[in-house]
Design a protein around this ligand. Structure first.
Ligand SMILES: Cc1cc2nc3c(=O)[nH]c(=O)nc-3n(C[C@H](O)[C@H](O)[C@H](O)COP(=O)(O)O)c2cc1C
Length: 169
């Protein structure tokens, strides 16, 4: 799959096979995340790969719109939010970019994925932080569910290209 096809065929997948993802593929998902650009190259992130059924349940229990059963859930986190003095808004932009890179790498690897929001929901941030016992300075941003798409998965690539959303000056 080339880069153009990858970007244009990515879609949210919410039904997965129980099959595990190979470690080499998880490594590539994390490499993609960290290949993302970041403001002033601060790389203000941490990626938590939730694999055990027990810990996945802890995440799912706290995600009202993320009740999906996937092989892994990657919790992308903003790092050093409380301890490093820099523009936190920039860090959230960085984590958005890293999250999208994970989705694109998943698609390239034949995996399905869906990004579920933790940030900016204060209650969800607090609950996930507590459920996973995250230390001070690590704040969860997104929960990305990744797995092999189920044969029952009916998700479609949506054509969202709209001329009205473009302006040339
Ligand atoms: C910031 C953000 C938050 C999202 N949160 C959720 C969520 O909580 N639950 C969910 O099922 N999908 C979530 N999604 C996925 C969107 O619903 C999905 O991207 C959108 O419907 C477009 O579909 P597509 O990804 O297949 O193009 C989220 C996506 C983004 C970018």
């Amino acid at each position: 799959m080339d880069a153009i096809e990858n970007i244009l065929t990515r879609k949210s997948v919410r039904q997965f096979e129980s099959r595990e993802i190979e470690q080499e593929k998880i490594d590539l998902l994390l490499k993609a995340a960290m290949a993302s650009p970041s403001g002033v190259n601060k790389q203000p992130w941490k990626f938590i790969v939730v694999k055990s059924e027990e810990n996945k349940k802890k995440v799912i229990d706290n995600m009202p719109f993320g009740k999906y059963s996937s092989s892994i859930i990657i919790i992308t986190c903003v790092r050093d939010l409380e301890t490093v003095p820099f523009n936190h808004d920039l860090a959230y932009c960085d984590l958005s970019s890293a999250s999208e890179n994970i989705l694109l790498m998943a698609n390239a690897l034949g995996l399905g994925s869906v990004w579920c929001a933790i940030y900016p929901h204060k209650g969800r941030i607090k609950a996930i932080k507590k459920a996973l016992g995250l230390p001070i300075g690590i704040s969860p941003f997104s929960a990305i569910y990744v797995g092999y798409p189920s044969k029952d998965d009916k998700s479609q690539v949506k054509d969202k290209f709209k001329e009205r959303n473009i302006e040339y000056l």
